[in-house]
Ligand binder design. Sequence first.
Ligand SMILES: Nc1ncnc2c1ncn2[C@@H]1O[C@H](COP(=O)(O)OP(=O)(O)O)[C@@H](O)[C@H]1O
Ligand SMILES: [Mg+2]
Length: 231
Amino acid sequence: MLKVDGLNVRYGKSHVVFDFSAEVKDGETLAVLGRNGAGKTTTIRGITGLLPGASGRVIVGGTDMSGWPAHRRTRRGLAYVPSGARCFPNLTVVENLDIASHANGDGWTWNKDRIWELFPRLESLRHNLAGGLSGGERQMLAVSRALMGNPRVMLLDEPTEGLAPVLVQSIAALLATLKSTGVSILLAEQNHQMALRVADRAAFIEKGRIVEVLPASRARDSEVLHRILGV
Ligand SMILES: Nc1ncnc2c1ncn2[C@@H]1O[C@H](COP(=O)(O)OP(=O)(O)O)[C@@H](O)[C@H]1O
Ligand SMILES: [Mg+2]
């Protein structure tokens, strides 16, 4: 569903992501794991088309989007949820969903009723201002906003960032629910334990390079994690 081939990203003269290549199959969740500063965010933003210093091929559902501007990639099914779960704080939950809604021409459509079915908690908060939601609820809204664009692939950047440890569990549940919709997910995380609970495979990156790709069942092995991450 997503194929990234030979992605390189530079900020001016500084080369940050080196030859990132990966595939995410239909309905699969691929975790991109690595320490702070390893290049996770840069990799994701390189895939979205938001970084002028990115080169390489990005194919979504058979459509080669290489060189396309970000908004066109979004319209054709590539959704991006940045870390921090940005929403419009002065709009209600419903309003945030309404302005995120757009068709991608696939005829596979999300609407608010389907969102409420998936996340009943959001329905109970629908007339609340997004700015008043808790961190976990805001992440739920950010993911729902992305779904309203009818994505084939969702790029999620560190949904646990800035959340209290007690909320990490709720993010794992949120991701499991998201995965149940069948959307393909690329999940960047520093919290490898949480990510490996929901991922099917994991790509480990260090200093902007993939050092290992493993099935999640293997990556959960503490000896493997120790060897790769030194944890
Ligand atoms: N806008 C930028 N300009 C220059 N260097 C950047 C910029 N953003 C990130 N970097 C550098 O790129 C590297 C990877 O950063 P990032 O992708 O944010 O890592 P991660 O998301 O894994 O923490 C870091 O060394 C960081 O300092
Ligand atoms: Mg990051």
